[in-house]
Structure formats: structure tokens, C-alpha cells
Design a protein around this ligand. Structure first.
Ligand code: DL6
Length: 791
């Protein structure tokens, strides 16, 4: 059968529509189902091969999988782009309209969730048998809009449409208990949960490059435990009967919209236990189908904890080993540890999870007993070592560390800081446990998929091998003096900029000058990421332009994108200020097209795929020591943007790879930041030393950008004077000067393009394939079943 017939059949038999009456949605779902059929072939074959080879499987536990749209990934990984395009032409349908109809699955907040999605692509491409385990949130990250410049949040509703990629697995259901009490009889513990919900699996096949291998993303949805309800009901406990229903409705309802602070809510702990327990039960069921000896578990199972969110996996695995398999506690703890590894993604103290012992005891009473046993065992072996239980809290970082055989940071600098700060004492006791695995990005989505013009140029020049072996991009370095190639490289960037300008015109009514420098900062809005510093610099540049309007300025478009956590009021003030400043500057006839600010609302993965290929300058300007790695920084450099950045996270390694001459470095180092904070009045001193900054802060404070509400930003400006914890003031001058160096460099287009090309050509090491090979080798001891070289 042809693809055309397949699609028409799907339209008819799965959607009940004929071609005449089908909407874009119908066509998209029909196409997705046809593609899914293709994936299922690979998926079944991979599953069979895995059972036959009985290798070690990898289980990646993550509260977040920021997968975005899947349709283009599926089309490109299955190598069906030409065929799909031709078939849609035959059917009178527009390819772009159809792929852009898919909602963005925003099951994550930012870097941590997107990393998990890139890892899934690499695991499948490398042929490593793996499951991603997470939550099938009914509402992903909120939808952002702006009203009078202020962020407005609306629930996100991706599941109101059919999610064509998944399979519901009613047969893969687990009972997840909460609360209740624990009985002890003759040395054995019996946990009697007070309430139960069911975890139901939904599977999405994840097929790697060329359709060679398929893994599974298994997301859990909570449903009421009916029989349990009836039991309670019959006992006359009507409240308990209703509780399961209510709990089930809330548990997988919404993604916590915050990646740095803990809400402290009981629901969050329940979400964490819910998906972790379901995943552990599921992987044990799979293991026990084929193996009798539970003690051999670590030879077949590697469980990666994506941050501390699934850290309850340690006590849960120990609970099952002890309570259900009668393994003594002192044997169960090291056995579980051999299976578990933990990735730390942040040093921000507010993001290091802790739960009160009281809450833990109420929600997971048996787990609290086990945590005490883990603590006791560790203290007995290493007296005086850091405690899991401290000041009435369960510290999840310490728990994850102690229950993991490997702990990794996500960039070289971050890993050093993990060793020196949060886990310094544990590191002294376990000096080989912490290792580094610098993050990476999948080249399939972040070059091949999102940047067709550059993809074609590269493939025409060096062949297609780079898609699975990104280091092959090095061959492009020899082209930096090839005028024809540089011209083509520049034309590709210009095409992407023109496309972006068309999009901003259509969606926001603003067209952008494709010859201006596109300077982009897209990420969550957070004080440490310093969008505020970028904005202050923009105002300072505007002042200079107005002071000297006839000078030969380098035209700039400042592009911002990102959401603030709903309860993070400073970040929301920063959003409002960006929009207020944009309104004034964009209306200024003196500066005109020389300076524009655009802030498209509702930044998400799809928007990143549009903005990154069009960027000239990538803003990676966090306070040194605060950004664990960053992955946006890698995406921009791969797509030929130059970075203006601090020595933070993976910026350090990017700069080493692309060369210091192709990177705009500024600002204090992590050491200098720590040292500067000890100076009394450091912010006031920095402001007093910078007339330019003083002027900008004065303008904001006197209401230049909010004339009807002049005191609107008093708090923000006052904060910079008195508690500038993220050192915006101290780095301002150095940042401003470096921006002017970027202006000068941009005025020599051929040289700029050559620098940008060296960036693209040097980013091979930042492929998530390299990262996953590192995890497989240094942490999991896992192998490729397709025998892809793991290095
Ligand atoms: O490792 C992925 C990503 C890093 O690139 C970012 O630098 C880091 O901020 C982010 N961390 C989080 C923290 N969440 N928690 N907890 O998202 O991880």
C-alpha cells in the first residue's frame, strides 16, 4: 500500500472522516498514526532483540520530559521527509501547516526536562535498551501571555486533543499506596497504606536515527483504585472511598511550574513517590519475568535519578527487597545502591529538596523507617558523616548521594563545585563517587530538524555522517577561508532570520531587519540568569544612541523569551520591565530600526527551534557558579551563533572547544563572585563607579518606562543597590564593553561568519550521543544492542 492510501485509510477508519471533510487536525492525526505504525515495526523488533540478548537495561527516571512536538522528529528519524512531503502534495495538504498543528508537549520546565528528551533520542540512536519513566501530566507547563506587559498564566491543555503517539496500557497498572501505618511482626514489616491510587502506563515509542532501534517513554497516569474504594465504602468509610478518586484526579493533573523552588506541598511528594514507585515495580516485574535471582539485579538494571525528584527510589527499592524478598536490610541497601545513580542539576539552595520528617512519616511511613535504617548504616560505617535526617527534615540530596553508586554533575565546573560545596563532606568520604558528565544536545533535533538550510549546506559539503557522529563537523573548519562557503553559510543564516522576521510579523505585528544583529536570550526568567542585566545594557545602548544619533551604530534586535514561575514575583517584575522598556524603545523614532526589543510570549521548545537558527548572538550571562551547565548555549553555538557569556556551566567547555577568539567573554569568575560577596556595599560601589549604569537605574527609578506608575520599579532598583546577590551591578560595565566588541566584530560580516562557522564546526563534542556514551561507560555499564560504538 502507498503512504497515500495508508493516510486515507487512517482518516476513514481511525477518525471517521473522508478527505473532503477532514480538518488539519484530522490530517495530522492520520499522518501521525501512519508514522506510528512504522515505528511500531522497529519497536517490536528492538523489544525482541532485547529479550533475546538479555542485556542490562537503563531506566531513566525523570519528573520532566520536555519533548515538544514529535512529528518532525519521527519523520526525520524514520528518514521519511521526502516521502511525507510528496504524499501530502498528492493529498493537497501543506506540510508546514500540518506539522505546526501539533501541540507542544510541555511536560517540563526547562533544561532538566529537555535534557531528558535529548537523552531519549540518543539512547535510541545508540541502540541502548532503555525506558524513560515519568508522569503523563494532564496539564504541562502553563501557557504564558502578556496583559499590559505582565505575565498571565493559563492552564496548558495538550491532552484535549488526541495524543497520537501513545499507547494506553491498561494491563500495566500498579497500586500505589500512601499513608496508613506499619505493623511489625517477628522481624518483618507490613505497610498498610491508608489510600491507594492506580498508576496506568502510557507508552510512546522513541525511535532513533534511521529507524534502527526503538525504546519506550512510559508515562504514568493516576486513576482511582476502584476495588479499594468499594472496600472502604462497604466499611462505611465514605470519606476514604472518595479520597482515592480525588487524589487520583490531582496526582497526574499538573506539572509543578517551578524548576528551582520547592512548593513544599504534599502533592509534590506524592507525585514523586507515585511515578517512582510505579517505575520500580514495573522494572522489577520485567526483571523477574526472566530472572530468578533478585540478587543479580544490578547486572541487569541501571536506574538513573534525574535530580532528587525520584530519590525516593532508594528507600522504595530497599523496601521491596526487604519486605517482599526477605533480603536483610544490611544486604538490601548496598544491593539497591549498585542499581542506582544520581544526577545533580543545581547548586541553588532553594532547589535542594527537603521534606519534613513529619510529612514523610505521614505520607510514606515505611519509607521513613527505611531512611532511618539507611542513615544508621551510613553513620555506623562513617561516624560523623553528613546526615540525611537533619533538623526534622529528610534531605533528599544526601539520601540520593548515599543511595547512589555514582553521582554526576552536568559540566566540569559544576562538578567541581558539587565536590567543593553541597557534597564536600560526602565527597571526602566517598572520593570516587562524584564524576562529571557534561550535558549534550541531540543533533537530530537541534540542527538537522530545526535548521534545514544549514543542514543541507553541511550535508552537501561533508556528507551526512555528522548526524550520528557530530565530531565530523570539524571538517568544516577548513572552510573558514573559503569565500564561497562563507557566503553560503551567511545566506543560510540570513534565510533563517528572514523567516523569523516573517513569523514575528504574523504573530506580533513586528517585522525585524534581517541585517540587524539578532541577539537572543531565551530561558526561564530567573535572577541568576540575569535577563535584567541584558535589559539594563539595552537601555544604556539606547541612551548612547540617542546621545549620538548620527554615529554609525550596529543595528540590534534584542530578543527575549521565557516564563517566570507564577509565585516568583521578582522574575515577574523583570518580565514587566522588559515589556515596558520595549514599548518605549520600539516607539522611539530617533533610534528607529537601529534598536528593537521583541519578547514573544509563551516560549517553548517549538519557539526555540525557530529562534535558535536565526540567532547571531547567544546570551549566556548567568552569575558565574550558578548555571549548572546550560544546554541552550550548546544549541546556539551549534547553529552558528557567537556566545557572549560568563565562565559558567558548560560555557567554560564551549569556549575551550570553539577557541577564546570566537567567544565574547566577560564578567567575574565563580571564585571572584564568592569573594566579591564578602565586600561590604559591593553593589553601591559598582553603581557609583559606573555613570552609565547610574543613569539607567535613575531612569527606571523615576518612571521613564512606566510614566503612569512611576514608582513601579522602585523595589527592583532598590534591590540592585542593597541586595544584588547575583552581581548584576558588578558585571555590568564589563558586559557593556563586551557587547560593544560584539558590535564591532559584527561590522565585518565575513569575519563574523568565519567565527560563527568555527563555532558550528567545534560543537561535535556537545552531542548528547557523547554524553550518553559517557553515562553508559562510567555509570551504567550498559551496552548497545545494535553494537553502535560506545567508545
Ligand atoms: O542539566 C540540565 C539543566 C542544566 O543545563 C541547567 O544549567 C540547570 O539549571 C538545570 N537545572 C534544573 C534544576 N532543577 N531542579 N531541581 O532544571 O538542569
Amino acid at each position: 500500500m502507498t503512504m497515500k492510501t495508508d493516510i486515507l485509510n487512517r482518516l476513514k477508519y481511525s477518525l471517521g472522516k473522508d478527505a473532503e471533510n477532514a480538518s488539519t487536525y484530522d490530517w495530522r492525526i492520520a499522518l501521525s498514526l501512519v508514522l506510528r505504525d512504522q515505528m511500531v515495526e522497529t519497536w517490536f523488533r528492538s523489544t525482541k532483540e532485547t529479550y533475546a540478548a538479555s542485556p542490562k537495561r537503563v531506566y531513566y527516571l525523570s519528573m520532566e520530559f520536555l519533548i515538544g512536538r514529535l512529528i518532525e522528529d519521527m519523520i526525520s528519524n524514520l528518514r521519511m521527509e521526502e516521502k511525507v512531503k510528496a504524499t501530502l502534495v498528492e493529498l493537497g495538504q501543506d506540510y508546514d501547516t500540518i506539522v505546526h498543528d501539533e501541540p507542544d508537549a510541555a511536560l517540563g520546565n526547562g533544561g532538566l526536562g529537555r535534557l531528558a528528551a535529548c537523552f531519549m533520542d540518543s539512547l535510541a540512536t545508540l541502540g541502548i535498551p532503555a525506558f524513560g519513566y515519568g508522569i503523563r501530566y494532564e496539564h504541562g507547563l502553563f501557557e504564558q501571555s502578556f496583559a499590559q506587559g505582565q505575565q498571565v498564566e493559563k492552564p496548558e491543555t495538550w491532552l484535549t486533543q488526541r495524543h497520537a503517539w501513545e499507547f494506553e496500557r491498561p494491563e500495566s497498572q500498579y497500586r500505589i499506596g500512601f499513608g496508613g501505618h506499619v505493623d511489625h511482626h517477628e522481624g518483618k514489616a507490613y505497610w498498610h497504606p491508608g489510600e491507594v491510587v492506580m498508576a496506568t502506563a502510557y507508552d510512546t515509542p522513541v525511535v532513533g536515527w534511521n529507524g534502527d532501534w526503538g525504546n519506550t517513554l512510559r508515562l504514568w497516569s493516576a486513576q482511582p483504585a476502584k476495588e479499594f474504594d468499594l472496600e472502604s465504602f462497604n466499611r462505611g468509610d465514605y470519606l476514604a472511598a472518595g479520597r482515592s478518586e480525588a487524589l487520583a484526579r490531582t496526582i497526574s493533573r499538573v506539572l509543578y511550574p517551578d524548576d528551582t523552588t520547592e512548593s513544599g506541598k504534599e502533592l509534590r511528594l506524592k507525585q514523586e513517590y507515585f511515578f517512582t514507585a510505579a517505575s520500580i515495580m514495573d522494572l522489577l516485574r520485567r526483571y523477574l519475568k526472566d530472572h530468578d535471582d533478585i540478587r543479580a539485579l544490578p547486572d541487569y538494571v541501571a536506574i538513573q535519578l534525574n535530580d532528587t525528584h525520584p530519590a525516593i527510589a532508594g528507600p522504595e527499592l530497599v523496601r521491596i527487597l526487604v519486605d517482599e524478598h526477605d533480603i536483610p536490610m544490611d544486604e538490601a541497601i548496598p544491593l539497591a545502591r549498585k542499581c542506582l545513580a544520581y544526577t545533580n542539576h543545581t547548586l541553588l539552595p532553594e532547589a535542594l529538596e527537603r521534606w519534613s520528617e513529619h510529612l514523610m512519616g505521614r505520607i510514606l511511613p515505611r519509607h521513613l523507617e527505611i531512611i532511618r535504617a539507611i542513615e544508621h548504616a551510613h553513620q555506623t560505617e562513617f561516624p560523623g558523616s553528613p546526615r540525611i535526617l537533619e533538623n526534622g527534615d529528610v534531605r533528599m540530596g544526601e539520601l540520593a548521594f548515599i543511595m547512589a553508586h555514582k553521582v554526576n554533575g552536568v559540566s566540569a565546573l559544576h562538578t567541581d563545585l558539587v565536590k567543593e560545596t553541597v557534597f564536600a563532606d560526602l565527597h571526602r568520604i566517598h572520593p570516587t563517587r562524584i564524576i562529571n558528565q557534561t550535558n549534550g544536545i541531540t543533533p537530530r533535533r537541534w540542527l538537522y530538524g530545526c535548521n534545514p538550510s544549514l543542514r543541507h549546506l553541511i550535508t552537501d559539503t561533508i556528507g551526512e555522517g555528522w548526524v550520528t557522529d557530530l565530531e565530523q563537523l570539524t571538517a568544516l573548519k577548513s572552510k573558514r577561508d573559503d569565500a564561497a562557503f562563507i557566503e553560503a553559510f551567511t545566506a543560510s543564516k540570513r534565510e533563517n532570520k528572514a523567516n523569523l522576521s516573517n513569523w514575528t510579523l504574523q504573530t506580533m505585528g513586528v517585522s525585524l531587519d534581517p541585517d540587524a544583529m539578532f541577539d537572543v536570550q531565551i530561558k526561564r526568567i530567573h535572577e541568576y540568569k540575569r535577563q535584567l542585566m541584558n535589559l539594563l545594557e539595552t537601555v544604556a545602548l539606547w541612551n548612547d544612541m540617542r546621545d549620538n544619533p548620527n554615529a554609525d551604530w550596529t543595528p540590534r534586535v534584542k530578543i527575549f523569551g521565557g516564563k517566570a514561575a507564577p509565585g516568583y514575583f521578582v522574575a515577574k517584575d523583570i518580565i514587566r520591565l522588559i515589556n515596558d522598556v520595549a514599548a518605549v524603545i520600539n516607539a522611539d523614532e530617533v533610534t528607529g530600526d537601529k534598536l528593537k526589543i521583541v519578547y514573544p510570549p509563551n516560549y517553548n521548545v517549538t519557539m526555540a527551534e525557530r529562534l535558535i537558527p536565526a540567532a547571531d548572538l547567544s546570551e549566556q550571562i548567568s552569575t558565574a557558579g550558578k548555571e549548572a551547565s546550560g544546554t541552550g548555549n550548546m544549541k546556539f553555538a551549534l547553529n552558528g551563533a557567537l556566545t557572549i557569556g560568563t565562565l559558567d556551566g558548560a560555557n567554560v567547555e564551549i569556549r575551550e572547544h570553539v577557541g577564546s577568539e570566537n567567544f565574547f567573554l566577560f564578567g567575574l569568575t565563580a571564585q571572584e563572585v564568592m569573594e566579591r560577596r564578602t565586600h561590604h556595599g559591593y553593589a553601591r560601589a559598582a553603581i557609583e563607579a559606573s555613570p552609565r549604569l547610574q543613569r539607567v537605574l535613575g531612569q527606571i527609578a523615576e518612571g521613564r518606562f512606566a510614566p503612569h506608575d512611576p514608582s513601579r520599579y522602585h523595589g527592583l532598583v532598590g534591590m540592585l543597590y542593597d541586595h544584588d546577590y547575583f552581581l548584576v551591578t558588578c558585571d555590568f560595565d564589563s558586559y557593556f564593553d563586551t557587547q560593544r566588541r560584539a558590535d564591532t566584530a559584527y561590522r565585518n560580516p565575513a569575519n563574523w561568519a568565519a567565527m560563527a562557522l568555527v563555532n558550528t564546526a567545534s560543537m561535535g563534542w556537545f552531542s548528547s550521543d557523547r554524553t550518553i556514551k559517557g553515562y553508559a561507560r562510567d555509570i551504567w555499564g550498559a551496552e548497545s544492542v545494535t553494537k553502535a560504538k560506545l567508545g
